[in-house]
Design a protein around this ligand. Structure first.
Ligand SMILES: Cc1cc2nc3c(=O)[nH]c(=O)nc-3n(C[C@H](O)[C@H](O)[C@H](O)COP(=O)(O)O)c2cc1C
Length: 343
């Protein structure tokens, strides 16, 4: 009997000296995808990671927080350091500084919808000024020897969508990879990402285009690839508390069967590692603050999640958090084992 094998959906591409074999990118998310969480996510087979964004002027200040944001692991390759800003002079400096800090690629943020950033005409506000887009990209491409990549939204608002124009400018000045979040700035994170709009960028240029927005599992990744014709996919919010989704999307890209859902013991293993990485990178006080955000996400949809969340969120001590989390996840594990034995 012939065994049907699903087809690999995306072949991968070359970027600078790197072969991106599995074009699956972890989305940069400020306050979420720090070094500890990227370490966790890298276990699940991503092809490229991007740091949280750094405002180009902050670079001058040598702030400890900024230094932590751009810290990457020696074996975290390839990794892009993301910079944001609208002044070509500062952006040039920031790009060089990013390379000095280990960036294999410099990624430019023209997608951030936050008011504070847009007020400085940075992030997604730049999309309104195509001449400025060209000047900033030009300055950054000329400043560094590594590939420059760009992340955008589809435009400022519904009436001024210019995703194809921006894509062409980017390719023209030498940007080597484009990521498109299929929403306008006006949409913020509401409504749905329009995957067909990502396709407009793909049709306009020959550099690889990564599609982003609303991928939550293997099926949605397949649907985005079909709707946009993109060369790779980027996953953001769906990884919060669920890095396993990356393995599922990876399997979809490769045409493989989806991996089994994690057992409670496997889940605890990841939570434990994540908490340890948080402490190592941020110190115990900040680790505890960040754990209050991350750890409850891991319990979403599980038995007793609401009680666990409210108990966990009252704890301000990392060690106590670790103990409470261990008790919760191992109790699920024991219940899971009993069920498996009974079956
Ligand atoms: C909390 C949060 C922080 C984010 N920070 C950044 C950032 O620093 N740089 C960036 O380019 N995009 C940032 N984004 C946008 C994501 O990278 C991504 O484009 C968006 O969440 C859509 O993808 P998703 O539907 O898979 O989440 C952020 C999103 C969230 C939710």
């Amino acid at each position: 009997m012939e065994i049907m094998q699903a087809k690999r959906l995306l072949p991968g591409f070359r970027l600078g000296r790197y072969e991106i074999d599995v074009p699956l990118v972890l989305a940069p998310m400020a306050g979420i995808t720090d070094l500890p969480f990227r370490r966790v996510c890298r276990r699940f087979g991503i092809g490229l990671t991007v740091t949280e964004m750094v405002a180009s002027r902050a670079v001058d200040m040598k702030r400890e927080r900024t230094q932590k944001i751009v810290q990457v692991d020696a074996d975290e390759q390839p990794v892009a350091i993301q910079i944001a800003g609208s002044d070509p002079h500062y952006m040039r400096q920031a790009a060089q500084w990013a390379v000095d800090h280990g960036a294999d690629f410099v990624d430019i943020n023209m997608g951030c919808p936050v008011k504070k950033i847009c007020k400085q005409l940075a992030g997604s506000a730049m999309l309104k000024d195509e001449l400025l887009v060209r000047r900033v990209l030009d300055a950054v491409v000329a400043a560094v020897d590594v590939p420059v990549t760009l992340k955008i939204r589809t435009g400022w608002d519904e009436r001024s969508k210019n995703v194809a124009t921006i894509a062409r400018i980017a390719e023209d000045v030498g940007v080597q990879l484009l990521t498109v979040h299929g929403r306008t700035r006006a949409q913020m994170f509401h409504g749905h990402a329009c995957w067909e709009d990502i396709g407009l960028a793909k049709q306009a240029v020959s550099i690889p285009v990564i599609g982003n927005g609303d991928i939550v599992d293997g099926d949605s990744a397949r649907a985005m690839i079909a709707a946009s014709g993109c060369d790779g996919v980027m996953v953001g919010r769906a990884v919060q508390g669920n890095p396993w989704v990356l393995a599922e999307v990876r399997a979809a890209i490769l045409g493989e069967a989806p991996p089994a859902a994690p057992t409670p013991a496997q889940r605890w293993d990841v939570v434990y590692q994540h908490m340890q990485h948080l402490r190592e990178h941020h110190g115990e006080a900040t680790a505890s603050k960040l754990a209050r955000k991350h750890v409850p996400w891991y319990s979403k949809g599980l038995h007793g999640s609401a009680e666990f969340r409210s108990a966990f969120q009252q704890l301000h001590d990392w060690q106590a958090q670790l103990e409470v989390a261990e008790r919760y996840f191992l109790s699920l594990s024991a219940a899971h084992g009993a069920l498996a034995r009974a079956a």
